[in-house]
Design a protein around this ligand. Sequence first.
Ligand code: AHR
Length: 332
Amino acid sequence: MFKRISALVLAGLTAMSVTACGGSGGTTSAGTGGGGGGGGDTITMGFAQVGAESGWRTANTKSIQDSAKSAGITLKFSDAQQKQENQIKAIRSYIQQKVDVIAFSPVVESGWDPVLNEAKNAKIPVILTDRAVDSKDTSLYKTFLGSDFVEEGKKAGQWLVEQYKDSKDTVNIVELQGTTGSAPANDRKAGFAEVIGADPKFKVIASQTGDFTRAKGKEVMEAFLKSNPDIDVLYAHNDDMGLGAIEAIEGAGKVPGKDIKIITVDAVKDGMQALADGKINYIVECSPLLGPQLMDLAKKVVKGEQVPPRVVTEETTFTQEQAKQVLSSRQY
Ligand code: AHR
């Protein structure tokens, strides 16, 4: 069993059991559908998603939509197309519709205090999922459910250090960062830098955003290859950028996984396939299956129950051999 998801209950908070609320569940877009909740038994959740930039995000959206349905929660769902202003508009619309609970995965970390204060004044609880905000005022949200991105970056760095432990040569690394200003981009970069920074032979010779997309990953890797003839390692903050980069590497007549070692984060099916095929060398898992835990937390906060302020997703890592073993049973 490679993956377990569990809650870290902080500060001795008591998690009480919750009875399921009525209603059959369903999904509407942000600006449509009837008035929110607040009255009946059925909980209405407004969810402001980042976009559909990656395989991870598609799996995350499906997990949230399926889990809302199973939990009997009516879901109002919006796709912000990777733009903060769209997420803010969606959250304001959920406030106007008086939903029972708002959940969102913030595209970037900063700039959320005004709209979160509006939700607080309207007495609508907010749950952060997947990504954090940098607000000092933690009363603006009830809990944050998601991965430890710094830890993910550290795991990527630890694998690299181990691979090159017997070498004295310089290791030239290029880095494809996620969306600028997003928590996973900031934290995966920091965790990785902390680990490899202990040995000066590891040199990050180029680092640029690929916005978590396959197309941008390919484009930026092409530019890296043109200006850096001597790349040993690619560290991509997600599988999709790594997969785009593989196309660029092959286009430049090099062999991904051999001429250039590749480490990515996520472990979505396409990434795991490339790992099993030897084109990626190592993947740090980031689980998108946050839906069931999110619905449980939503039911609790709507009832006014206390929830842990931070719920961390537990994740693993995959080598090429491990990918071959688990590929057929991968859910996403
Ligand atoms: O926030 C999680 C990250 O966002 C995933 O690693 C990436 O694939 C997604 O777009």
